[in-house]
Write a new protein. Structure first.
Length: 111
């Protein structure tokens, strides 16, 4: 993932440690299904927009997405391509952008 700050790797490590899921799977599922797994509860959400869809010569489908992943109050802008082969297997074939764009600090004060 050259050209990115280390946001991609840090988010991947966080997801593996806390949810046993890689960021690649989260982006693939979130983009294709339109939402994240219920295992994330209120801690994460994904808003993705399909930019283009291309049928490949081998029968596969390449879908380009851009969107926002919100994880524990941190917002990440991403642009990626999800490839689905003719057998239905899917994988993240390209990530051209993944960067933190907004965060909110919260301090809880006991009453």
């Amino acid at each position: 993932m050259s050209g990115f700050d280390d946001s991609y790797d840090k988010v991947d490590e966080f997801l593996v440690a806390n949810y046993h899921r890689h960021l690649e799977d989260v982006l693939c599922d979130g983009c294709l299904i339109g939402r994240l797994s219920t295992q994330f509860g209120e801690r994460a959400r994904l808003m993705a927009r399909l930019i283009r869809s291309t049928r490949e010569e081998d029968g596969g489908l390449a879908n380009a997405y851009e969107g926002i992943l919100v994880l524990d109050g941190l917002w990440y802008r991403f642009a990626c391509q999800v490839f689905i082969d003719h057998g239905g297997q899917r994988f993240l074939s390209d990530v051209s952008q993944f960067e933190a764009v907004q965060w909110q600090a919260e301090v809880k004060v006991p009453a």
